[in-house]
Design a protein around this ligand. Structure first.
Ligand SMILES: Nc1ncnc2c1ncn2[C@@H]1O[C@H](COP(=O)(O)OP(=O)(O)O)[C@@H](O)[C@H]1O
Ligand SMILES: [Mg+2]
Length: 303
């Protein structure tokens, strides 16, 4: 097959995307003819049209690559691609929208209020709380704040990066991530507990070797983990995800759980969580990439 791997892009996660794209291209080139293209190249469209790929593997993280824009562009050209379609990509990339959809389906996410510029809001929950830009990833622009002064500073900072900012209740608990692969029929991958000594699972913890560890299986009550797997699968269905996604969930001591984040194009770097979970389920990195191509073709009606 002729496959284009899209990587790079103009989001703050560009560097990670280049690493993901290289790894994916290497894996897929065993069985396919692979071309790597960066949508930031001036002749991106010409290149793509000239190659006429059977499928595009989107290894872009954040921004246009993950929010439905690139997906819609490929849809218009009639080129099949990996991962979720336009609407699920858009819904998952905007945390306020995905939280509203999940809330309306009875799926708990941490309580939140919109943040207003230059205004200290009356919080329905106490400190600490979390200030988040709605449309970014990789913990960019996220702050945990402990008082009004920090809150105002964090909101101003987040508004420099995004036009939607919200304030969320801080949830104390253990953080796990659950990867899911599939379109109609889902394969839930083994949960991974994320541990870091840093305050948050932030950019450094995510991408610097040794700054976080993956605990598989998590040292958490098995009953809670089983519930989290079902919970993650429900989130995947409600948001209309396809191909794969990786959910982040905080489990509290009493077993209450909250979904924090849904990543429709999770990292595909050697340190990344979804490939690690797949490996523990007996799926090699190469098999994972091939599977995502197959699911992409299936979703686009080409298989
Ligand atoms: N409400 C919260 N309570 C506690 N920790 C949080 C909360 N929101 C985010 N975090 C921490 O910040 C990290 C990044 O937040 P997340 O919502 O996943 O944003 P991103 O899309 O940037 O990854 C999480 O992995 C978690 O460690
Ligand atoms: Mg996250």
């Amino acid at each position: 097959m002729k496959i284009v791997v899209l990587c790079g892009g103009d989001s703050p996660e560009r560097e990670i995307s280049l690493i993901s794209g290289n790894a994916v291209a290497r894996a897929l080139s065993k069985k396919n003819t692979v071309f790597r293209i960066d949508p930031e190249e001036k002749d991106f469209v010409e290149k793509l049209l000239k190659i006429k790929p059977d499928c595009v593997f989107i290894a872009l993280h954040g921004g246009k690559g993950e929010n439905g824009v690139i997906q819609g562009f490929l849809e218009t050209l009639g080129i099949p691609y990996t991962g979720s379609g336009v609407s699920a990509s858009a819904a998952c990339m905007n945390k306020v929208i995905s939280k509203k959809i999940l809330h309306s389906s009875g799926i708990p996410t941490p309580e939140f209020i919109p943040a207003e510029k230059n205004k200290i809001p009356k919080l329905p929950f106490g400190y600490p709380c979390v200030v988040k830009p709605a449309n970014l990833g990789s913990t960019v622009g996220i702050s945990v704040v402990n008082n009004n002064y920090e809150l105002k500073k964090a909101v101003d900072r987040a508004y420099k990066l995004d036009r939607d900012v919200f304030i969320e209740r801080f949830i104390k608990g253990r953080e796990i991530t659950i990867g899911i692969i599939g379109n109609e029929k889902l394969q839930v991958l083994p949960p991974i507990e994320i541990r870091t000594k840093r305050k948050l699972y932030d950019f450094t913890a995510k991408y610097k070797k040794g700054e976080s560890i993956h605990v598989i299986p998590p040292e958490i009550n098995k009953r809670f983990l089983d519930a989290a797997e079902q919970y993650a699968a429900k989130v995947y269905k409600v948001l209309g995800c396809a191909g794969c996604a990786r959910m982040e969930i905080i489990i509290q001591e009493n077993g209450d759980m909250f979904i924090l984040d849904v990543n429709t194009i999770p990292g595909f770097t050697p340190l990344s969580l979804l490939p690690d979970a797949a490996r523990h389920a007996g799926i090699s990195f190469e098999q994972l990439c091939e599977k995502l191509i197959k699911l992409g073709l299936e979703r686009c009606g080409k298989n």
